[in-house]
Design a protein around this ligand. Structure first.
Ligand SMILES: Cc1cc2nc3c(=O)[nH]c(=O)nc-3n(C[C@H](O)[C@H](O)[C@H](O)COP(=O)(O)OP(=O)(O)OC[C@H]3O[C@@H](n4cnc5c(N)ncnc54)[C@H](O)[C@@H]3O)c2cc1C
Length: 598
């Protein structure tokens, strides 16, 4: 099992050196959040994750969760680790001080979430879901609801869930049937069944606050008739003390491919008491707060998977001796050379590294935009942050999880046959990571969101804004020959992105299927190009640091070398996605559904 080490140096590089988070925090009024504070928090979190969370990863997979008589038990050690997490105050870090939080910026929390996910995806699901529940309550709850539910969630004494999926409805939430009927006292009673609810039941916390989509009897059909409710597992009195058990019960847990330590529950609502959040029939609108937070959280799981796979592969590739380097022995005293000398092994390692570090930079930028939307005082700046987040969220969610999945596959491959054997941990990583491409909207659904809603739906406005940002950075690279060459390459891809967008838009006017046919290739094309932009930003910083002679030359040189690999050997994949888009959807749509097999 590879030992997990938090990538603290790279976290520092990305947040502090590339994006100057200290200046960003000062601007948002977080005067005290300086480099020492940031580093101290992340170092402390790293110790907790490495010593407490990471060692539970294997046992979580082997034992999984257990369901007995309606109660879920998490794997050995999960509960104790969660208690330590709460006692150390970690859940409170970036939460509102009004409800017991420490009021620190969201982006300060982000590396901690990445570390937890890389060390133990399953365990990270329990605190992870609470973040979305808290964000939804804070944005859309009444003052009374916030006072009643938020302090215990912030403290971590309770956890949260999101309850959307039903047996017959996953992607298409307009089909959902869970019913909510008004009680005389202003509360509601909910009846129905939800499936696949992560952290839907467990033994880590004394209560669970479910955020549930349901339909009132007289509501219109489809997505316009959905409302949002708080449904606690144990009823909560007005003073926040616990009352009687509510009518929501875990009917079973799923047996699944990965994240076995995360309880995936069937929840039955039998006259469960609930409270409306926001307005009637505006539930999906409110739920988008949860979903957007959750999508970026899942994008980070992709980054974490790339990093965990890279760490495991690198350790193995340095130790495993097989064959000699093509150019002659590199370890003449050994029986063979370590496999890291072989170009193909390097291809896999550098691909993982490029996805992990590039994805970290992209996620860091997005997390700082979230800070701006929360705390920014300039309305224009907040609007720009919102627009960029809207465009990049589906790209981050889908591209970073697909590349995370690829990284874990390389992880198995670097280990050879041993990668297929459980004790090395690589096959678990691959099984655990697949879910990130599925939940919170599959890759296909993110691609439709990007192309249909965000790009074409805004008549290209959202894309234009981000293209301008990228264009002006590319211009800044003109003074340096190497950076300017990479910037010119990105410039060409950006022109191609515009032309692909125009082509699809034109075709879609006569055939709407063209959007669906192009969408995933379009998203992947955009993903490779956007990641190139973040790589160029990192390379520019590394170049500057080397020129300044600020030390750590090996780190900055490795950054430039990884960036060069990305431009040479990964970015060109975008061309095949472009070709697929240009070829259109005719060959995809020609075959009659009944002719797929005879
Ligand atoms: C382990 C696990 C944990 C989960 N946790 C939660 C949770 O906490 N809360 C919750 O509410 N849900 C949860 N889910 C549910 C998850 O979000 C859904 O499984 C997911 O959104 C897909 O829905 P579905 O499974 O019904 O697939 P479907 O919607 O049936 O989709 C099947 C396939 O069809 C494709 N498809 C569907 N419609 C279109 C279209 N219009 N265009 C192109 N392709 C399309 C999809 O991309 C997919 O490939 C979880 C699922 C799992 C497995």
């Amino acid at each position: 099992m590879p030992e997990y080490k938090a990538p603290l140096r790279d976290i520092q590089f990305v947040f502090q050196e590339v994006f100057d988070c200290e200046a960003h925090y000062r601007k948002l009024g977080f005067e005290d959040v300086d480099a020492d504070t940031i580093n101290a928090i992340h170092e402390e979190a790293a110790k907790f994750v490495e010593d407490v969370v990471a060692p539970l990863n294997r046992i979580g997979d082997e034992q999984g969760c257990q369901w007995n008589d309606g109660e879920v038990t998490t794997p050995d050690g999960f509960k104790e680790a969660y208690q330590q997490y709460v006692e150390a105050g970690w859940p409170t870090l970036a939460q509102n001080e009004k409800f017991g939080g420490q009021g620190l910026p969201h982006s300060l929390q982000q590396p901690i979430s990445e570390m937890i996910s890389a060390a133990n995806h399953s365990w990270g699901m329990y605190p992870g879901l609470s973040h979305g529940a808290m964000a939804t309550l804070e944005e859309h709850g009444t003052d009374e609801q916030k006072a009643r539910f938020l302090p215990a969630l912030v403290e971590g004494r309770w956890t949260g869930t999101m309850c959307l999926t039903e047996p017959h409805c996953g992607t298409d939430l307009g089909l959902l049937r869970t019913k909510a009927e008004a009680n005389a006292d202003g509360s509601y009673r909910l009846n129905g069944s939800k499936i696949f609810i992560s952290a839907g039941d467990h033994d880590l916390a004394e209560n669970i606050v479910h955020i549930v989509l349901a339909r009132l009897p007289d509501s219109p059909a489809g997505t316009k008739g959905i409302s949002l409710f708080i449904v606690p597992k144990v009823n909560v009195n007005e003073d926040s003390s616990l009352g009687e058990r509510n009518g929501v019960h875990c009917a079973s847990i799923e047996h699944k491919m990965g994240i076995k330590g995360s309880a995936t529950c069937v929840l039955n609502f039998d006259d469960a008491r609930g409270y409306l959040i926001g307005e009637v029939n505006r539930g999906l609108h409110c739920m988008f707060t949860f979903m957007n937070a959750a999508r970026l959280g899942v994008a980070l799981e992709g980054v974490a998977a790339s990093d965990a796979a890279f760490q495991g592969s690198l350790a193995y590739a340095r130790e495993r001796l097989q064959m000699r380097a093509l150019s002659g022995a590199k370890n003449p005293d050994g029986a063979a050379d370590p496999i890291i000398v072989h170009p193909d092994v390097r291809r896999m390692l550098l691909t993982q590294k490029a996805f992990a570090e590039g994805g970290r930079a992209m996620s860091a930028d997005l997390s700082m935009l979230i800070d701006t939307t929360h705390k920014g005082t300039d309305a224009d700046e907040r609007a720009r942050a919102d627009a960029k987040l809207a465009l990049l969220t589906p790209i981050a969610k889908a591209f970073l999880t697909e590349t995370g999945m690829e990284s874990t596959s390389h992880g198995v491959q670097v280990y050879g046959g041993h990668g297929f054997i459980s004790e090395w941990g690589m096959e678990q990583l691959m099984r655990d990571t697949k879910i990130s491409c599925l939940y919170e909207g599959t890759t296909g659904i993110q691609a439709l969101d990007l192309l249909g809603r965000k790009v074409l739906g805004s008549q290209g406005e959202l894309l234009k804004g981000f293209m301008q940002e990228m264009g002006s950075f590319l211009g800044e690279c003109s003074a340096d020959e190497q950076l300017a060459a990479h910037a010119a390459v990105i410039g060409q891809y950006l022109e191609e992105l515009q032309s692909l967008t125009a082509t699809i838009g034109k075709r879609a006017m006569s055939n709407p299927e063209e959007i669906g046919a192009a969408s995933v290739d379009y998203l992947m094309f955009a993903g490779y190009v956007v990641l190139a932009y973040y790589w160029l930003r990192m390379m520019a910083t590394a170049q500057q640091k080397l020129a300044d002679g600020s030390g750590d030359a090996n780190f900055y040189t490795a950054k430039l070398q990884t960036g060069a690999f990305y431009f040479d050997r990964v970015l060109p994949r975008a061309k095949s996605h472009s070709a697929c888009v240009q070829n259109g959807g005719d060959s995809m749509m020609a075959m009659a559904a009944e002719h797929f097999a005879f």
